[in-house]
Design a protein around this ligand. Sequence first.
Ligand SMILES: [Zn+2]
Length: 446
Amino acid sequence: MHPAIALVTYKIVQYWRNERVFDALDDLEQSQWRPLESVRQRQWEKLKQLVRHAYDHVPHYRKMYDAAGFRPARLVTIEDLELIPPISKQVVRENARDLIAQDRRYKFSEDSTSGSSGPTTIIYTDRTALAYQHAAVFRAYRWMGLKVGERLIRFWGTQLDTKRRTKDSVKDLLLNRKTFSTHGLDRESLEMYYRELVRFNPASFYGFTSGIYEFAKFVKGNALPVDEVHLKAIIVTGEPLLSHQRQLIEEVFGCRVFNEYGCAEFGPVACECPKGALHIMAENVLVEVEAADDDASRERGNLIMTELNNFGMPMIRYRMGDVGVLADESCECGRGLPVLQEISGRMLDFVQTADGKKVHGMYFDYLPKYFIGEIHQFQIIQEDLQHITVRVVKDAGFNESTIARFEEKLRRALGNAVDLKYEIGDTPFREETGKHRLVVSRISEG
Ligand SMILES: [Zn+2]
């Protein structure tokens, strides 16, 4: 479809759905340049309004706040934020119905979390919040020099049920994009995707880091020409972006890679600006860091997030399960949006050992660069405190010494008290969602 026609059609559909994406986009375009103080003020006003609404109209919050002795009227200054009791994933999973506002009939879109770290949670996002989430994506595209409606290839997991698959195909058409499934990236599909890429000539890629990285490796490994492909930006999401991955993808496709952090509950949470800072979509999401007690610097901690526009199913101080650090300084690009200095694996993605060692998932992020060409992919699965399964997928240069050297690096962090069991194979593996997780912990959330 011609980009202009696709865009007009998309606008009509959004208008008809009462999802005012382009009004939201105008708002966000303006607000990003306001100073940080004013961004925070806007968040605070929105939050107070949302908490009051939740207390008045959402059964679960009324019950929970009453039980905790909390009243919305107690919110006076921003420091009072911590008085609001947080909610967990489990609460949302078990009380979805009771989290829906009763004051009017909201129109919702339904989405669910990936379920890779436990059972799936259903999230209902109302139209206003959805409009703002989409607008935040479009605003970030503009930071990267992309226009709304320009051709895009999405590297994503395929939806498992037909209804969602159909919905995705319609969206692909309207948004002038194609989806490459990251489920089974075998040689045959990679070849097909390469031919599609040349034919479609998109302005950008968007999708799971490992999927795009694998595609880049394939293109490079087979010396396939891409000079007819004119990409302006590649946006990766869903998984950590390792420095060697960024380097290779940029080298192969000759354009900049931008990082995005987002989730089903909140849509895009933070996106990289041209200066390399991961700006929080602060008009949509309030991000707090709950400092861990054992972290001396008290900077790194669990992320607690609030969706500021979803009055249909308020998500107030939701413990995300991811770990991050907020930056102290503002970004030189001039945007007043706060910056996420670091975002890493889930709190669960620590590996623990019986002798009390606790190794952060980030450690394992650094390993791949030592084994380029030997190990295609690996995954650390913590079965219990005593047992860890290491799944390894061989690459062409895999040899007798590979595992010994790999184990040496693992032992350096994990020590000798834990049993390592290897599962070595040739076929790349992938989660049901199409993402790849480096560390999986089977120790319960407890
Ligand atoms: Zn910036």
